[in-house]
Design a protein around this ligand. Structure first.
Ligand code: MN
Length: 235
C-alpha cells in the first residue's frame, strides 16, 4: 500500500519533540471532517520576532501565516501575512512556553472560533492557488468578512520558499478603527497575558540566551520577563 504523504513533514522536521511542549502532530492529519464547521485560531507568539500566527483549518491541518503586526479591524490596513508550514489541528489548543529550538518563546491562544469561505460552493484549494480567499470569521475577537490576498512570490531575504499574503478586514459591522491587539490582549483560553503564561513556567526557563535580544521583540521579552519575576530591574 502506498504511504500517504505526511502533510506535516515540514512541521515535524523543524522541531525536536523531546525539547518542545508543542503537539507532535501524530501520524498525520485525519481525513477532513464532514462537518462544515472549520476551526480557526490566532496565536500571539513572542519569539525572535513578535508576531501573530493566523491559522485556518483545511483538509485536516491548520494552514498558517505569521502576521508581524497582527490582524487589524481597520479595512485600510493591509497586514503582511507570511505563509509558514502547515500545523497539526491540535496546535490550535496550544498555549505555553517553548524553551528552545524553533519558535522558542511564549505562545498565547489569542483568539479561536470557526471560519467559512464567503461562498461555500468554491473550491478552497483553487482559491488558495489563485491567491485570493474571501472568508468569514466567527471568533471571540475577530468576526465578519476578511480576505487573504497573495502578493508576489516569497519575500526577498526571508529565506523562505513560502509566499507572502495580505490579511485585510472587509468593511462590515465588525470593522472599525479600534486597535484590537491592544484592546483585547489576553488569552481566550486562560485569560492570561504573556507574562502570566511565562510565570507559570520554571523560573530559569532561559538561563542562557533569550529567544529575543535587543530591538522590539527583545525589549518586549525583557518586559515580560520582568513582569513574570524571572529577572530583576537593574538598580
Ligand atoms: Mn509563530
Amino acid at each position: 500500500m502506498a504511504r500517504r504523504k505526511d502533510l506535516l513533514k515540514e512541521y515535524k522536521d523543524k522541531r525536536d519533540f523531546e525539547k518542545t511542549p508543542e503537539p507532535s502532530g501524530g501520524k498525520g492529519p485525519p481525513p477532513p471532517a464532514k462537518s462544515p464547521e472549520r476551526f480557526f485560531c490566532v496565536q500571539k507568539h513572542l519569539a525572535s520576532q513578535l508576531h501573530y500566527d493566523f491559522r485556518l483549518e483545511h483538509n485536516g491541518v491548520l494552514l498558517s501565516w505569521a502576521v508581524p503586526k497582527g490582524p487589524s479591524l481597520n479595512p485600510k490596513d493591509k497586514r503582511l501575512a507570511m505563509q509558514v508550514e502547515d500545523h497539526p489541528l491540535e496546535y490550535g489548543q496550544f498555549e505555553g512556553v517553548i524553551p528552545e529550538g524553533y519558535g522558542a518563546g511564549i505562545v498565547m491562544l489569542w483568539d479561536t472560533g470557526t471560519w467559512e469561505p464567503d461562498d461555500e460552493s468554491i473550491c478552497i484549494d483553487d482559491a488558495l492557488k489563485k491567491g485570493q480567499l474571501k472568508f468569514q470569521l466567527h471568533g471571540y475577537k475577530l468576526k465578519g468578512s476578511w480576505v487573504l490576498i497573495r502578493t508576489k512570490g516569497p519575500m526577498r531575504g526571508q529565506g523562505s520558499d513560502k509566499p507572502s499574503w495580505l490579511l485585510i478586514k472587509h468593511k462590515d459591522f465588525w470593522s472599525g478603527p479600534v486597535d484590537v491587539t491592544a484592546a483585547a490582549p489576553r488569552s481566550v483560553k486562560t485569560d492570561r497575558e504573556l507574562a502570566e503564561i511565562l510565570a507559570a513556567e520554571e523560573p530559569d526557563v532561559w538561563p542562557g540566551q533569550r529567544p529575543a535580544e535587543g530591538r522590539v521583540a527583545g525589549k518586549a521579552l525583557r518586559e515580560v520577563m520582568l513582569e513574570a519575576g524571572q529577572i530583576r530591574r537593574r538598580p
